[in-house]
Ligand binder design. Structure first.
Ligand SMILES: NC(=O)c1ccc[n+]([C@@H]2O[C@H](COP(=O)([O-])OP(=O)(O)OC[C@H]3O[C@@H](n4cnc5c(N)ncnc54)[C@H](OP(=O)(O)O)[C@@H]3O)[C@@H](O)[C@H]2O)c1
Length: 306
């Protein structure tokens, strides 16, 4: 049993992960900008921090074994103005440096540091083979943020803390993120294929992501980078057609020109229009098994079977 502190534990992944970790017998605490839990049923001891003011309630660090850094300004909800880009970067990177400095100053003997990262690390240009963890970073804003985010984690590794970086794809859940957004569009018969439909979606079912974090936390022999993506990614075109089948609507699925998406979403459009395949082989070879490997089956689990 480990004592685990999660930054951003109130978020989409953090809430589900906290439940899984607790079910596995771990003690879970949250580090939050707000003191009170904002979702009913989330009864985790919650400690306040504000990395910009270099404030952290030090009680959060009592007998701490594992720190999981999930906090970060959401990348999908607002236009990427210069100010928003800085919030996206700083909330992941400056916060991680602040966590490291505080842990060092307080002389906490941390066993494990686990940080979220994203498949945005990789080049989003079409490639013949799926990206593996040793591939170099791509270019552009997201790749730059991922580089800085992961470099901040290297400071923990440098002082012999077991460090794990979870390069996460698009998380699939009915509780938030991509799937409910798409379902809303389909309900109004507004399903459409963005661009030429060829961009890859490296998705992962939220339950598998929680199992994967737990597996990486409990497998003390593992460290380094792991892609958190299902073994079978889908293209935007396949995703939209599978959703259309689910709704059994006669949906025309027109293609939306890339220019129109850039006009509507600004630089965020790249999240939808670009995407190359990412491999899950490393974590599978290490012994992890996915419960949801195929997109169609994951959709069925999330939308029909529950
Ligand atoms: N969801 C995905 O599909 C996905 C994919 C790849 C990577 N990831 C990464 O995984 C992590 C967790 O994702 P998520 O979907 O759970 O995110 P989320 O639902 O947006 O929650 C993130 C949490 O971070 C904290 N936070 C938000 N803005 C912040 C800011 N400006 N400064 C400091 N803290 C802030 C909030 O916690 P408090 O309000 O309690 O402080 C929030 O609950 C993120 O770093 C994300 O980039 C997610």
């Amino acid at each position: 049993m480990s004592t685990i502190l999660i930054t951003g534990g109130s978020g989409l992944i953090g809430r589900a992960l906290s439940r899984t970790l607790r079910q596995n017998g771990h003690e879970v605490r949250h580090l939050s900008r707000a003191v009170l839990p904002r979702h009913s049923g989330d009864e985790y001891p919650t400690f306040r921090w504000d990395y910009r003011k270099k404030y952290l309630d030090l009680h959060a660090l009592d007998s701490l074994d594992v720190l999981i850094h999930l906090a970060g300004e959401n990348i999908g909800t607002q236009r990427w103005t210069p100010g928003q880009k800085e919030r996206i970067r700083s909330s992941r990177v400056d916060s991680a440096h602040f966590l490291f400095d505080t842990i060092q100053q307080q002389q906490i003997t941390l066993k494990t540091y686990i940080t979220a990262s994203a498949t945005g690390w990789y080049s989003d240009q079409p490639e013949d083979t799926p990206h593996t963890e040793s591939d170099p970073p791509g270019s552009g804003f997201l790749a730059e943020v991922c580089c800085e985010w992961e470099s901040a984690a290297d400071r923990f590794e440098a002082v012999s803390v077991r460090t794990v970086k979870v390069r996460t794809g698009v998380v699939l859940t009915a509780a938030g993120g991509m799937l409910p957004e798409l379902m809303r569009l389909f309900r109004y018969h507004l399903g459409a294929v963005p661009g030429n439909g060829g961009a890859w979606i490296n998705w992962i079912h939220l339950d598998d992501l929680c199992s994967l974090y737990t597996y990486l936390l409990e497998s003390e022999q593992l460290s380094g980078i792991f892609n958190a993506v299902a073994p079978e990614p889908v293209t935007q075109r396949e995703c939209m057609h599978l959703l259309a089948q689910y709704f059994r609507h006669k949906i025309l699925l027109p293609y939306i020109p890339s220019l129109a998406l850039y006009a509507a979403l600004g630089q965020r459009a790249r999240l939808i229009l670009k995407g190359s395949r990412v491999s899950s082989n490393k974590v599978v070879s290490s012994g992890f098994s996915f419960n949801h490997s195929r997109f169609e089956e994951a959709l069925n689990n999330l939308l029909v079977a529950r």
